[in-house]
Design a protein around this ligand. Structure first.
Ligand code: PGA
Length: 254
C-alpha cells in the first residue's frame, strides 16, 4: 500500500514576520533543490504568518496548514478563526486536537470532531492528533486512550484523502524523550485497526498515520522506516531549516 510520507512542521506559537518568512524561504529553497521529492511537505505557522508564509513558499512543493480552527464558518466568536478563513488565506491543511489544545483549552473529542468536519466542509484536509499522557501510559492504557480518541474525534466522513492522523505521546512532545520503535509501531498498528472498524479497511489502509514527539534528524530514520508510520509531525526541529530538511532526507524523501 503506497502511502506518501508526510513531513509536517508544527511551528506552534513561534515566529515573527521576519524569522517566520526566512524559515519558510529556507524550507522552500531546500525542497526545490530536491526536484521531485518522494514526500509531501507541510508547514503550519501561527495564524499571523499564514499569508506571508504562503508567499514565501511560492513555487515550492510545500503545503500550508494552520494549527487549529473553529467549528463554524463565521459569526460571533471573538478571537477564533474559521476554516473558511484558513482556506481563504491559502491553507490546504489544518491541525485539530493537538494535545496542547486539548490541555490548554480543554478541547474534547467531540469538539475536535466538529472542528474537523467544519474543516472538511471548507475544503481543508485535517491532521487529527491523538496521544496518551505519561500517567495513562504508566497505567497501561495507551491503546485504549488512543482508540477512544480516534473513535471520538475522527468524523464519520473522514477518508484517506481528507484526513491524516498524528500519534503524539504527550510525554514525548518537546521533552527529547521518545517511545521505542516497537511501541510506536504497536500503537500505529492498533490505530489502523480502529480506523478500519470505523471507516472501512480501504480508508484505513490508505490513511497516513504520522508519529510526533521529539522527532529529530537522528531518530527520523528509525521511526519513519516502520511499516505503519507514514511521516512525522515535527515541533521544535521544524523551526530550523537544516533539522527539518535533514529529517526528510533521513526519511528517504530524496
Ligand atoms: P516536538 O513537538 O517535535 O517539539 O516534540 C511535536 C508536536 O507537538 O507536534
Amino acid at each position: 500500500m503506497a502511502r506518501k510520507i508526510m513531513i509536517a512542521g508544527n511551528w506552534k506559537m513561534n515566529g515573527l514576520l521576519e524569522d517566520g518568512v526566512a524559515l519558510a524561504k529556507g524550507v522552500a529553497a531546500e525542497v526545490k533543490k530536491m526536484g521531485k521529492p518522494e514526500c509531501e511537505f507541510l508547514v503550519c505557522p501561527p495564524f499571523t504568518l499564514l499569508t506571508s508564509v504562503k508567499k514565501a513558499l511560492r513555487g515550492a512543493k510545500v503545503a500550508l496548514g494552520a494549527q487549529d480552527c473553529h467549528f463554524t464558518e463565521k459569526g460571533a466568536h471573538t478571537g477564533d478563526i474559521s476554516p473558511v478563513m484558513l482556506k481563504d488565506a491559502g491553507c490546504q491543511y489544518v491541525i485539530t486536537g493537538h494535545s496542547e489544545r486539548r490541555a490548554d483549552h480543554g478541547e474534547s473529542n467531540e469538539l475536535i470532531c466538529k472542528k474537523s468536519q467544519a474543516a472538511y466542509d471548507a475544503g481543508l484536509k485535517v491532521i487529527i492528533c491523538i496521544g496518551e499522557t505519561l500517567a495513562e501510559r504508566d497505567a497501561g492504557k495507551t491503546i485504549d486512550v488512543c482508540s477512544a480518541q480516534i473513535l471520538g474525534s475522527v468524523p464519520e466522513t473522514a477518508t484517506s484523502s481528507n484526513t491524516v492522523i498524528a500519534y503524539e505521546p504527550v510525554w514525548a512532545i518537546g521533552t527529547g524523550k521518545t517511545p521505542t520503535a516497537k511501541d510506536v509501531e504497536d500503537v500505529h498498528a492498533a490505530v489502523r485497526k480502529v480506523l478500519a472498524k470505523k471507516l472501512g479497511k480501504g480508508n484505513a489502509n490508505k490513511m497516513r498515520i504520522l508519529y510526533g514527539g521529539s522527532v529529530k534528524p537522528a531518530n527520523a530514520k528509525e521511526f519513519l522506516s516502520l511499516p505503519d508510520v507514514d511521516g512525522a509531525l515535527i515541533g521544535g526541529a521544524s523551526l530550523k531549516v537544516e533539522d527539518f530538511i535533514n529529517i526528510a532526507k533521513n526519511a528517504g524523501c530524496c
